[in-house]
Design a protein around this ligand. Structure first.
Ligand SMILES: [Zn+2]
Length: 343
């Protein structure tokens, strides 16, 4: 349809490129349903559009739900038009469920003109990455949550516990404080030697974890590994000192080069609500999380909080219209069925 009609539409009308594409979609779907009816031996006349309408998608339309406004691309190169949406006064109207939700994304929507008014029929669909659909998809990613008590937790429920690392670092910290208080030249030299030893020890642990993460990705035939953006990790983890910050960066670097050798890519996502959102139903509230325990206040899903977060991280990469997830052809994330609590 597009091959036949796109150029003539652009030449003969003022429709912009995206509108021309969507007009083709609209016409194609009308023809398709007509053909289906005829195939089922029902009467169907040639489709004809009698009322004025135009189709939008997320490239030609932006909904600002907080401001209850929508911005729509107009003909040719003209600027966008911004219009107020008239939504019901009662804030529990079903419309709000869709507008504010992470669970739905906008799809093709139509603007109709009727009796002197414009009506916008907003289209929503479920983002396509449910586990149930994943069997038909090809590429897979492994989600990884980084943290203070668990260095890393994967969406396949592999836990890299930080207990020993934290303990050893506290021991180093104690001697450091002691040596700093001593303040002598030799104490200073010991201090330097010990901090070198501490860094080497932390690096050694991180290399092990990085190897484990890449191994996990390989075992589950993943094409990629997804982390949270490290800039954000710092603000989300007040208890993480500069050390943890440095540790996370190093860990990510180690994973990057080890993954590259294994032919696995590494990407990051913005971590909004990854720790408070339910990876099963999408419900988000701070109350979902109590320390290491996650219990969804809506669907009752219970899990280790970091495991829940790891799944959200993978999901976010696949869902948030990440250009690269489409380019790389990944549409599912590796998962271990059931839940698990680390010992
Ligand atoms: Zn839930």
């Amino acid at each position: 349809m597009q091959a036949l009609a796109y150029d003539p539409i652009r030449e003969e009308t003022e429709l912009g490129g995206q509108h021309a594409v969507l007009a083709c979609h609209e016409a194609a779907s009308a023809i398709k349903s007509c053909n289906e009816k005829r195939r089922n031996e029902k009467k169907a006349s040639k489709p004809r559009f009698t009322s004025r309408s135009i189709t939008y998608d997320t490239r030609s339309m932006t909904v600002f739900h907080e401001r209850e406004q929508v911005s729509l691309a107009t003909l040719g190169d003209h600027a966008r038009v911004r219009a107020d949406l008239s939504l019901p006064a009662a804030t529990d109207g079903y419309q709000y469920e869709f507008l504010d939700s992470d669970e739905w994304e906008y799809t093709e929507s139509t603007l109709h003109y009727r009796d002197g008014c414009w009506y916008l029929h907003l289209g929503f669909r479920r983002p396509k990455i449910d586990e149930s659909e994943s069997t038909t998809a090809n590429g897979t990613v492994l989600g990884v949550d980084l943290g203070v008590n668990q260095i890393a937790v994967t969406s396949t429920a592999r836990f890299f516990d930080a207990g020993e690392l934290n303990h050893t670092r506290r021991e180093f910290e104690k001697t450091r404080t002691g040596l700093q208080e001593t303040g002598t030249q030799s104490a200073h030299r010991t201090l330097e030697r010990r901090s070198g030893r501490e860094r080497r020890y932390v690096r050694h642990v991180l290399h092990d974890v990085a190897n484990g993460i890449v191994e996990e990705a390989r075992d589950h035939e993943c094409d990629g590994i997804v982390f949270e953006d490290l800039e954000e990790i710092r603000t989300n983890l007040p208890e993480a000192d500069w050390h943890s910050d440095w540790a996370f960066r190093s860990l990510k670097e180690y994973v990057e080069y080890k993954a590259e050798i294994a032919g696995i890519f590494v990407e990051t996502v913005q971590p909004w609500n990854t720790s408070t959102q339910c990876s099963e139903c999408g419900f988000t509230t701070d109350e979902n999380r109590t320390g290491a325990d996650f219990e969804c206040q809506s669907c009752g899903n219970r899990n280790h909080a970091d495991y829940n977060a790891a799944k959200n991280i993978a999901k976010r990469y696949l869902r948030r219209g990440h250009q690269s997830s489409r380019r790389r052809g990944v549409s599912q994330y590796a998962l271990k069925s059931g839940s698990r609590t680390p010992s």
